[in-house]
Design a protein. Sequence first.
Length: 285
Amino acid sequence: MTFDFNNQSIYPCILLDNKANLAANFYIETFGNGKILMEVAQFTLFEIENQLFKIINTNHPDHRSNPAVSFMVSFETEEELRKIWNRLKVGGLVMIPLELYDSKNTVGWLQDQFGISWQLVTSTSQASKHQKISPFLQFGKSNSGRAELASNFYMEVFKHSKRDEILRYEEDSSKKLVKHLGLYLNEYLIRMADSFTEQPFDFSPGISFTIECETQAEIDYYWNAFAFGGTTNPAGWVKDKFGISWQIVPKEMNNWIVNPAINLKVVAQLRIMTKINIEKLRAIQ
């Protein structure tokens, strides 16, 4: 059976210790607006708030996520925010308690029971209306002060991109550190900021971003752009020069892996590929 989803060509991928289905169902129950789209031994693909997410089962100790990448969720009312906050914090860790920020918006930051970080905020901004849940990249440690530079790079890579006005820390006398910017890559909103205080974490493969490509030329384009100054790994994984991990894959990839008739053959090929060759995978069909 072939599954076709929305036009979201970029979506986040979370690595967890063999808890993909458990976590996916937790998020669907928590937000109350979602469903499982695909489920196999390797991964669970699901949606919440009309957005795609993928969780891959792994037991690799170096692939754990950290607060360098969190998910910002925007709510129109504080009542709605607190409802989700109380569900996410069960078994988790509150990093910044809910508090009124800028005299108008309620903001809080926590890690849930699976170690995934969430920033919850009341907001009626255009960005929040565009996308209720958006990844939030915090540039610290080895990437300190590089948020604007990274956004410039991604705007060069993605032909369909734009950036909201850059807000900067008022406390920063140099006026260079980014407090917040919204970056739209193929209409997918990713938020970025520089950490104003020293942080103990860098970006991790624990949360990566999948780019689904229609053609080999498209795979080659993104792969080469991110590999320049970065590092490559098998199965379409590449880490760019800022340490952000991407999975550059064919649009058919999930359908191939969920198909029991070809699953093992596809996975075997992926293990010996770095940049993915679509024709070799299609030849398995």
